[in-house]
Design a protein around this ligand. Structure first.
Ligand SMILES: CC(C)(COP(=O)(O)OP(=O)(O)OC[C@H]1O[C@@H](n2cnc3c(N)ncnc32)[C@H](O)[C@@H]1OP(=O)(O)O)[C@@H](O)C(=O)NCCC(=O)NCCS
Length: 275
Protein backbone atom coordinates (compact mmCIF):
# COMPACT_ATOMS: atom_id res chain seq x y z
CA UNK A 1 0.00 0.00 0.00
CA UNK A 2 1.52 3.34 -1.04
CA UNK A 3 0.83 6.56 0.88
CA UNK A 4 1.32 9.88 -0.87
CA UNK A 5 1.48 13.15 0.98
CA UNK A 6 2.39 16.79 0.53
CA UNK A 7 5.00 17.98 3.02
CA UNK A 8 5.36 20.72 5.64
CA UNK A 9 8.34 22.83 6.63
CA UNK A 10 9.27 20.29 9.37
CA UNK A 11 9.59 17.53 6.73
CA UNK A 12 12.96 18.65 5.38
CA UNK A 13 14.64 15.54 6.88
CA UNK A 14 12.11 13.23 5.22
CA UNK A 15 12.42 14.98 1.84
CA UNK A 16 16.22 14.79 1.93
CA UNK A 17 16.09 11.11 2.91
CA UNK A 18 13.57 10.33 0.14
CA UNK A 19 15.58 12.22 -2.46
CA UNK A 20 18.79 10.38 -1.51
CA UNK A 21 17.15 6.93 -1.24
CA UNK A 22 15.47 7.24 -4.63
CA UNK A 23 18.72 7.92 -6.47
CA UNK A 24 19.09 5.79 -9.57
CA UNK A 25 21.92 4.92 -11.94
CA UNK A 26 21.25 8.17 -13.84
CA UNK A 27 22.31 10.14 -10.74
CA UNK A 28 25.82 8.68 -10.62
CA UNK A 29 28.30 11.52 -10.13
CA UNK A 30 25.62 13.91 -8.84
CA UNK A 31 26.48 15.39 -5.43
CA UNK A 32 24.31 13.97 -2.65
CA UNK A 33 21.74 16.42 -1.27
CA UNK A 34 21.95 17.19 2.48
CA UNK A 35 19.89 19.43 4.76
CA UNK A 36 22.10 22.44 4.08
CA UNK A 37 21.78 21.88 0.34
CA UNK A 38 18.01 21.59 0.69
CA UNK A 39 17.90 24.89 2.58
CA UNK A 40 19.94 26.49 -0.19
CA UNK A 41 17.33 25.29 -2.69
CA UNK A 42 14.64 26.92 -0.53
CA UNK A 43 16.60 30.17 -0.46
CA UNK A 44 17.86 30.32 -4.03
CA UNK A 45 15.17 28.54 -6.05
CA UNK A 46 12.05 29.10 -3.92
CA UNK A 47 11.63 25.42 -3.16
CA UNK A 48 8.55 25.03 -0.92
CA UNK A 49 7.96 21.98 1.28
CA UNK A 50 4.23 22.42 0.62
CA UNK A 51 4.95 21.92 -3.11
CA UNK A 52 6.97 18.76 -2.36
CA UNK A 53 5.53 15.28 -2.04
CA UNK A 54 6.72 11.89 -0.81
CA UNK A 55 5.39 8.44 -1.77
CA UNK A 56 6.04 5.86 0.97
CA UNK A 57 5.53 2.16 1.46
CA UNK A 58 5.55 1.56 5.19
CA UNK A 59 8.46 3.63 6.47
CA UNK A 60 10.34 3.45 3.19
CA UNK A 61 10.17 6.43 0.81
CA UNK A 62 9.77 5.08 -2.75
CA UNK A 63 9.21 8.31 -4.64
CA UNK A 64 9.63 12.04 -4.23
CA UNK A 65 8.73 15.23 -6.03
CA UNK A 66 10.53 18.47 -5.14
CA UNK A 67 8.62 21.57 -6.22
CA UNK A 68 9.58 25.24 -6.28
CA UNK A 69 6.99 27.98 -6.51
CA UNK A 70 6.95 31.61 -7.63
CA UNK A 71 3.89 33.79 -8.23
CA UNK A 72 3.73 32.95 -11.94
CA UNK A 73 4.69 29.24 -12.02
CA UNK A 74 5.70 26.06 -10.20
CA UNK A 75 8.90 24.20 -11.11
CA UNK A 76 9.13 20.43 -10.74
CA UNK A 77 12.74 20.66 -9.61
CA UNK A 78 13.03 16.89 -9.25
CA UNK A 79 10.92 13.79 -9.69
CA UNK A 80 12.50 10.54 -8.52
CA UNK A 81 11.12 7.06 -8.04
CA UNK A 82 13.30 4.38 -6.46
CA UNK A 83 14.62 2.10 -9.25
CA UNK A 84 12.97 -0.96 -7.67
CA UNK A 85 9.56 0.76 -7.68
CA UNK A 86 9.43 2.23 -11.18
CA UNK A 87 6.57 1.62 -13.68
CA UNK A 88 4.01 1.24 -10.92
CA UNK A 89 2.39 4.63 -11.45
CA UNK A 90 4.17 6.58 -8.65
CA UNK A 91 5.69 9.18 -10.99
CA UNK A 92 2.31 9.78 -12.62
CA UNK A 93 0.57 9.99 -9.23
CA UNK A 94 3.06 12.56 -7.89
CA UNK A 95 2.79 14.79 -10.99
CA UNK A 96 -1.00 14.52 -11.14
CA UNK A 97 -1.44 15.30 -7.43
CA UNK A 98 0.67 18.44 -7.73
CA UNK A 99 -1.27 19.54 -10.78
CA UNK A 100 -4.59 19.00 -8.99
CA UNK A 101 -3.42 20.97 -5.95
CA UNK A 102 -2.31 23.87 -8.15
CA UNK A 103 -5.61 23.85 -10.03
CA UNK A 104 -7.16 24.91 -6.72
CA UNK A 105 -4.44 27.03 -5.15
CA UNK A 106 -2.46 28.27 -8.17
CA UNK A 107 -0.25 29.27 -9.85
CA UNK A 108 -1.62 27.40 -12.90
CA UNK A 109 1.62 27.17 -14.89
CA UNK A 110 4.00 24.23 -14.37
CA UNK A 111 7.52 23.80 -15.77
CA UNK A 112 10.26 21.18 -15.56
CA UNK A 113 13.83 21.22 -16.91
CA UNK A 114 14.61 17.57 -17.64
CA UNK A 115 18.17 16.47 -18.50
CA UNK A 116 18.17 15.28 -22.14
CA UNK A 117 18.50 11.56 -22.73
CA UNK A 118 16.25 10.44 -19.87
CA UNK A 119 13.71 8.45 -21.85
CA UNK A 120 11.66 7.39 -18.81
CA UNK A 121 11.35 10.97 -17.57
CA UNK A 122 10.39 12.29 -21.01
CA UNK A 123 7.80 9.52 -21.36
CA UNK A 124 6.39 10.24 -17.90
CA UNK A 125 5.93 13.98 -18.48
CA UNK A 126 4.41 13.27 -21.92
CA UNK A 127 2.09 10.58 -20.46
CA UNK A 128 0.87 13.16 -17.92
CA UNK A 129 0.00 15.61 -20.70
CA UNK A 130 3.01 17.92 -20.41
CA UNK A 131 4.25 19.62 -23.61
CA UNK A 132 7.88 19.56 -24.63
CA UNK A 133 9.12 23.09 -25.28
CA UNK A 134 12.63 24.39 -26.12
CA UNK A 135 16.01 22.80 -25.35
CA UNK A 136 18.18 24.55 -22.79
CA UNK A 137 21.91 24.25 -23.47
CA UNK A 138 24.98 24.46 -21.22
CA UNK A 139 27.96 26.27 -22.76
CA UNK A 140 31.63 26.25 -21.69
CA UNK A 141 34.48 28.55 -22.67
CA UNK A 142 38.15 28.23 -21.80
CA UNK A 143 40.23 31.18 -20.59
CA UNK A 144 40.70 33.72 -23.42
CA UNK A 145 44.03 34.86 -24.80
CA UNK A 146 44.37 38.13 -22.88
CA UNK A 147 45.12 41.54 -24.32
CA UNK A 148 43.22 41.20 -27.61
CA UNK A 149 40.91 44.19 -26.96
CA UNK A 150 42.16 47.71 -27.73
CA UNK A 151 42.35 50.27 -24.93
CA UNK A 152 39.66 52.28 -26.72
CA UNK A 153 37.29 49.32 -26.65
CA UNK A 154 38.07 48.66 -23.01
CA UNK A 155 37.19 52.26 -22.16
CA UNK A 156 33.59 51.46 -23.09
CA UNK A 157 33.42 48.95 -20.22
CA UNK A 158 31.73 49.80 -16.94
CA UNK A 159 30.55 47.75 -13.98
CA UNK A 160 26.87 46.85 -14.14
CA UNK A 161 24.48 45.44 -11.50
CA UNK A 162 21.60 43.02 -11.74
CA UNK A 163 19.17 45.88 -11.03
CA UNK A 164 20.53 47.94 -13.99
CA UNK A 165 19.99 45.04 -16.39
CA UNK A 166 16.56 44.31 -14.93
CA UNK A 167 15.37 47.90 -15.32
CA UNK A 168 16.73 47.99 -18.90
CA UNK A 169 14.70 44.83 -19.66
CA UNK A 170 17.87 42.90 -20.53
CA UNK A 171 17.41 39.84 -18.29
CA UNK A 172 15.94 37.37 -20.75
CA UNK A 173 16.88 33.95 -19.34
CA UNK A 174 13.89 31.62 -19.01
CA UNK A 175 15.51 28.83 -16.95
CA UNK A 176 14.30 28.86 -13.35
CA UNK A 177 17.63 29.39 -11.58
CA UNK A 178 18.66 32.42 -13.69
CA UNK A 179 15.38 34.20 -14.44
CA UNK A 180 15.00 37.81 -13.30
CA UNK A 181 13.49 36.84 -9.91
CA UNK A 182 16.37 34.45 -9.18
CA UNK A 183 19.07 36.91 -10.27
CA UNK A 184 17.80 39.64 -7.97
CA UNK A 185 18.34 37.20 -5.06
CA UNK A 186 21.92 36.52 -6.17
CA UNK A 187 22.86 40.15 -6.79
CA UNK A 188 25.30 40.48 -3.89
CA UNK A 189 27.52 37.62 -5.03
CA UNK A 190 27.65 38.57 -8.70
CA UNK A 191 30.11 40.71 -10.62
CA UNK A 192 28.88 42.55 -13.70
CA UNK A 193 30.41 44.27 -16.67
CA UNK A 194 28.73 46.10 -19.55
CA UNK A 195 29.98 47.50 -22.85
CA UNK A 196 28.39 50.90 -23.51
CA UNK A 197 27.80 52.92 -26.67
CA UNK A 198 26.88 56.60 -26.19
CA UNK A 199 23.20 55.57 -26.22
CA UNK A 200 22.86 52.35 -24.28
CA UNK A 201 24.26 49.10 -22.91
CA UNK A 202 25.38 47.05 -25.95
CA UNK A 203 26.70 43.91 -24.27
CA UNK A 204 26.74 42.58 -20.73
CA UNK A 205 27.66 39.71 -18.45
CA UNK A 206 27.06 38.80 -14.81
CA UNK A 207 29.22 36.09 -13.26
CA UNK A 208 30.26 34.64 -9.91
CA UNK A 209 33.60 33.74 -8.31
CA UNK A 210 33.43 30.18 -9.73
CA UNK A 211 33.22 31.45 -13.32
CA UNK A 212 29.54 30.65 -13.72
CA UNK A 213 27.75 33.13 -15.95
CA UNK A 214 24.35 34.20 -14.65
CA UNK A 215 23.44 36.55 -17.50
CA UNK A 216 24.99 37.29 -20.84
CA UNK A 217 23.83 39.19 -23.88
CA UNK A 218 24.45 41.51 -26.78
CA UNK A 219 22.18 43.91 -28.65
CA UNK A 220 21.54 43.12 -32.33
CA UNK A 221 23.26 46.35 -33.51
CA UNK A 222 26.88 46.74 -34.71
CA UNK A 223 28.36 47.12 -31.20
CA UNK A 224 26.73 44.11 -29.54
CA UNK A 225 28.91 41.28 -30.79
CA UNK A 226 32.30 43.01 -30.53
CA UNK A 227 31.20 44.46 -27.20
CA UNK A 228 30.44 41.02 -25.78
CA UNK A 229 33.83 39.78 -26.93
CA UNK A 230 35.50 42.62 -25.02
CA UNK A 231 33.38 41.93 -21.91
CA UNK A 232 34.26 38.22 -21.89
CA UNK A 233 37.96 38.79 -22.52
CA UNK A 234 38.02 41.24 -19.64
CA UNK A 235 36.53 38.65 -17.27
CA UNK A 236 39.46 36.53 -18.29
CA UNK A 237 38.64 33.20 -16.62
CA UNK A 238 37.08 29.98 -17.99
CA UNK A 239 33.33 30.47 -18.07
CA UNK A 240 30.30 28.22 -17.80
CA UNK A 241 26.74 29.17 -18.80
CA UNK A 242 23.93 26.82 -17.75
CA UNK A 243 20.60 26.20 -19.49
CA UNK A 244 20.65 28.94 -22.11
CA UNK A 245 17.41 29.09 -24.11
CA UNK A 246 17.58 29.57 -27.90
CA UNK A 247 16.12 33.10 -27.62
CA UNK A 248 18.48 34.14 -24.85
CA UNK A 249 21.84 34.31 -26.62
CA UNK A 250 22.42 33.39 -30.24
CA UNK A 251 24.13 29.96 -30.43
CA UNK A 252 26.15 31.06 -33.45
CA UNK A 253 27.45 34.08 -31.48
CA UNK A 254 28.42 31.88 -28.53
CA UNK A 255 30.30 29.52 -30.86
CA UNK A 256 32.09 32.46 -32.51
CA UNK A 257 33.13 33.66 -29.04
CA UNK A 258 34.75 30.31 -28.25
CA UNK A 259 31.96 28.60 -26.31
CA UNK A 260 31.44 24.86 -26.76
CA UNK A 261 28.11 23.12 -26.23
CA UNK A 262 27.72 21.05 -23.07
CA UNK A 263 24.72 19.19 -21.65
CA UNK A 264 21.18 19.71 -22.93
CA UNK A 265 17.99 19.97 -20.89
CA UNK A 266 14.43 19.77 -22.18
CA UNK A 267 11.90 22.31 -20.98
CA UNK A 268 8.49 20.74 -20.34
CA UNK A 269 5.42 22.85 -19.57
CA UNK A 270 1.91 22.12 -18.38
CA UNK A 271 -1.21 23.76 -16.97
CA UNK A 272 -2.71 22.72 -13.63
CA UNK A 273 -5.63 20.33 -14.12
CA UNK A 274 -8.43 19.72 -11.63
CA UNK A 275 -9.21 16.10 -10.64
C1 LIG B 1 10.81 9.47 -14.42
C2 LIG B 1 10.37 8.58 -13.26
C3 LIG B 1 10.17 9.48 -12.03
C4 LIG B 1 9.05 7.91 -13.63
O1 LIG B 1 8.52 7.27 -12.48
P1 LIG B 1 7.61 5.95 -12.59
O2 LIG B 1 6.93 5.80 -11.27
O3 LIG B 1 8.41 4.80 -13.06
O4 LIG B 1 6.56 6.37 -13.73
P2 LIG B 1 5.09 5.81 -13.88
O5 LIG B 1 5.04 4.36 -13.54
O6 LIG B 1 4.12 6.68 -13.15
O7 LIG B 1 4.87 5.98 -15.45
C5 LIG B 1 3.86 6.81 -15.99
C6 LIG B 1 3.88 6.66 -17.50
O8 LIG B 1 5.08 7.22 -18.03
C7 LIG B 1 5.57 6.41 -19.11
N1 LIG B 1 6.85 5.80 -18.70
C8 LIG B 1 7.44 5.82 -17.51
N2 LIG B 1 8.63 5.20 -17.52
C9 LIG B 1 8.79 4.75 -18.78
C10 LIG B 1 9.80 4.01 -19.44
N3 LIG B 1 10.90 3.61 -18.77
N4 LIG B 1 9.66 3.73 -20.75
C11 LIG B 1 8.54 4.12 -21.41
N5 LIG B 1 7.53 4.80 -20.85
C12 LIG B 1 7.66 5.11 -19.55
C13 LIG B 1 4.51 5.34 -19.34
O9 LIG B 1 3.55 5.88 -20.26
C14 LIG B 1 3.89 5.21 -17.98
O10 LIG B 1 2.58 4.74 -18.01
P3 LIG B 1 2.32 3.14 -18.08
O11 LIG B 1 3.23 2.49 -17.09
O12 LIG B 1 0.87 3.03 -17.76
O13 LIG B 1 2.65 2.74 -19.49
C15 LIG B 1 11.43 7.48 -12.94
O14 LIG B 1 11.72 6.77 -14.13
C16 LIG B 1 12.71 8.06 -12.39
O15 LIG B 1 12.85 8.23 -11.18
N6 LIG B 1 13.67 8.37 -13.26
C17 LIG B 1 14.94 8.93 -12.84
C18 LIG B 1 14.83 10.33 -12.36
C19 LIG B 1 14.52 11.32 -13.49
O16 LIG B 1 15.06 11.23 -14.58
N7 LIG B 1 13.66 12.29 -13.15
C20 LIG B 1 13.24 13.31 -14.06
C21 LIG B 1 14.05 14.53 -13.95
S1 LIG B 1 13.23 15.76 -13.02
Amino acid sequence: MTAYRFCRSDDIGLLVEAYVRCRGPEDEGEPVLDREGFKRLIRDLDLWCSSCMVASEGREPVGVLLGAKRPEATLVYALRVHPAHRRRGHGRHLLTSLSQKLAILGPPNLVAEVPAGRAAAEATFAACGWQRSVSLTDWNRGAPVTGSATNEAREALEPVWVEDLASAGLLTACCWHRDAAALLKQSERLSGLAFHSPDRIEAWALWDAEGTLWALGATPGPFGRPGLSVVLDEIGTPLHLEKAAPGEVDAELLTALGFVRGAEHLLFTSQAQAA
